[in-house]
Design a protein around this ligand. Structure first.
Ligand code: PLP
Length: 408
């Protein structure tokens, strides 16, 4: 649609009012009624994100020599991530624009490693469990790599099926910690053994879990090993703009060694503009995303994250108990912030639509049809309201609420 640019400019207060008017139709995420897309850690964190973003909004992470401030902040954020994910000495990483960027760059590094270090010629492939995020498929589409998705067992990656699918042209195998559709951590230890046995590049997609799982573990929950503690893990993605509660446009990609990370970097000089080295997919890198990440991480610290993540897991436990009382079954045994639950006698997609009438915007999982929530700290405050509204929606779409449902 073509739209003529206004001939004359408008005053900022007027534009601001118009923008806020446009937002009136958006989901009410500040009330906690959204459990997808937004990670709401409360107004204090939001203020830090905004002010820190604005401070470096015009600066460009593409120029570390011009902006040593951003270089320093990126190094520190990457350092925090590497230490939280138990990376060995010599590990390296970078801030990217998001999970898709991190995954794409990890695939690019693994692809170049296969070509240059392992001298693999001809068509390449990547082996994934069915639950892995489509960001891998996008990366493979860009790089003309065949994707081999293997079936799940109990909603988890099946290492035996992945072993059977991998061959000499496999550039990467991947598991999730956790996967998005079910919120479950794949058996990464078994994938690590497979990777070591067969000399395969194992990537752990911790886009969702990277900045929640370490703190949930510190809070006393027994989580399976999923990070660089496992020697077969060569790269990881972990999103700052998800459970790191940083401003959007920020993720991290990590490599077991600087030598492996070197396969990610694009270094080009055959044009008249001089040498151009880009560590990630982006050219210009928004300074605000880096500075906001640095500020939020330092604002929260370990104590702050532990407290926020405790609220997330508390909300999840209350919702699990409540939906079970309403006759749903939770898929698998989630330990972090995502939960999916189903009731075979009820159309969960119809329930999802009904809940929208009460202002809820959440997710759905399709195999099997389930309701899906990606919870934030705010949900500890609204879990009972959600359960009451779910009981109401259940009555409205035909499934009777279970005997013990007393939320309404
Ligand atoms: C497990 C997982 N990996 C990767 C991504 C992609 O992240 P982004 O949307 O930041 O590109 C997501 C997004 O939800 C995800 O859940």
């Amino acid at each position: 649609m073509r739209l003529p640019l206004p001939a004359a400019g408008s005053p900022w207060p007027e534009l601001k009012a118009r923008m806020l008017g446009l937002a009136s139709g958006d989901v009410r995420w500040r009330d906690g009624k959204t459990a997808v897309y937004v990670f709401n850690a409360g107004p204090e964190v939001e203020q830090v994100q905004k002010e820190a973003y604005a401070l470096f909004m015009s600066e460009n992470g593409l120029g570390p020599a011009a902006f040593p401030s951003l270089k320093r902040m990126e190094e520190e954020v990457v350092g925090f991530g590497l230490s939280l994910l138990q990376a060995p000495e010599g590990a390296a990483g970078a801030i990217t624009s998001g999970g898709t960027d991190s995954i794409t760059m990890a695939v690019k590094a693994a692809r170049d490693y296969a070509r240059k270090a392992k001298k693999v010629a001809g068509p390449l492939n990547l082996v994934l469990p069915r639950s892995a995020h489509p960001a891998f498929d996008k990366a493979c589409a860009l790089m003309e790599i065949e994707v081999r998705r293997t079936p799940l067992v109990d909603y988890l990656a099946d290492p035996a099926a992945m072993a059977a699918a991998a061959d000499a042209a496999t550039v990467m195998i991947a598991g999730s910690a956790p996967n998005f559709p079910y919120g479950l951590i794949d058996p990464i230890a078994a994938l690590s053994d497979l990777a070591l046995d067969r000399d395969l590049w194992l990537h752990v997609d911790a886009c969702v879990g990277g900045y929640i799982a370490p703190f949930v573990r510190m809070n006393g929950v027994d989580l399976p090993p999923f990070d660089f503690e496992l020697p077969g893990v060569r790269s990881m993605s972990a999103d700052l703009h998800k459970y790191g509660y940083c401003a959007k446009g920020a993720s991290t990609v990590f490599f077991r060694s600087a030598e492996l990370q070197a396969f990610m970097v694009f270094d080009f000089r055959d044009w008249p503009g001089g040498r151009m080295v880009t560590p990630t997919l982006a050219g210009t890198r928004p300074g605000g995303a880096i500075s906001a990440a640095w500020a939020v991480m330092n604002f929260l610290g370990v104590e702050g994250y532990r407290a926020k993540q405790a609220l997330v897991t508390e909300a999840r436990a209350r919702i699990e108990a409540g939906v079970t009382a309403l006759g749903f079954s939770v898929l698998g045994a989630p330990r972090l912030g995502i939960v999916a639950f189903t009731r075979p006698d009820v159309d969960c997609v119809a329930l999802w639509s009904k809940l929208r009438e009460r202002g809820w915007f959440t997710g759905v999982t399709t195999e099997p049809k389930s309701l899906h929530l990606m919870l934030s700290p705010i949900h500890a405050e609204v879990a009972q309201t959600y359960l009451a509204d779910l009981a109401w929606a259940l009555g409205a779409v035909g499934g009777a609420p279970g005997e013990e449902a007393r939320y309404a």
